[in-house]
Design a protein around this ligand. Sequence first.
Ligand code: COA
Length: 185
Amino acid sequence: MNIRLETPADYREMETNRIILRPWRESDAEALFKYASDPDVGPRAGWPPHKSVEESLEVIRSIFNNDTTWAIELKESGESIGAMGYLPCEGNNLPSREGEPLIGYWVGKPYWNQGICTESLGLMIDHIRRTTDIKSLISSHFIDNPASGRVMEKCGFVPTGETCVDESLAGSDRPMRVLRIEIKR
Ligand SMILES: CC(C)(COP(=O)(O)OP(=O)(O)OC[C@H]1O[C@@H](n2cnc3c(N)ncnc32)[C@H](O)[C@@H]1OP(=O)(O)O)[C@@H](O)C(=O)NCCC(=O)NCCS
């Protein structure tokens, strides 16, 4: 019998025909800077544009250095073009349930509206369903950023009907729409 033991890296990697979700690497710093320095990306998610490759490297070493944050790698170029992840819902005003994680994501602007974020979020939800006992996920988006809400809805998130102001995010005086998905097994 041919048994292939999975390494922790294997366990976290997921793919479709065109993308791979995998842990961030320090060698991604230049690609991260290229896309995360765009003023149309970070501020829509509540974080400021990156100012240098060094800052991007530091983000990879700190913020992205955990088991629940993935780089979205485009297979055809091998480049990291976005991020996908989930984290404990702490330090914000979201109307979350006990232990309910918050999801977040972004994609580099040249790749918008090609279904890449929807595909990546679908992979992550499937991974959560298979490997954790998480019962639901929550997220929110600025009301003037409807593309993000559309991604969530395409993956099965439903608006809770609530809005909130997330004080942990820059620009948080702008109201955010809250959505949730129940994880069914
Ligand atoms: C939001 C974001 C991640 C979407 O990534 P993406 O790969 O372009 O998403 P997808 O292509 O999978 O889906 C985008 C959907 O939004 C729709 N959309 C785009 N602009 C829209 C707009 N102004 N109004 C309504 N829907 C819009 C697209 O038509 C598509 O829906 P469809 O498939 O039904 O046509 C990307 O725009 C981004 O990184 N934005 C900046 C960071 C950000 O907003 N992060 C989320 C913070 S909550």
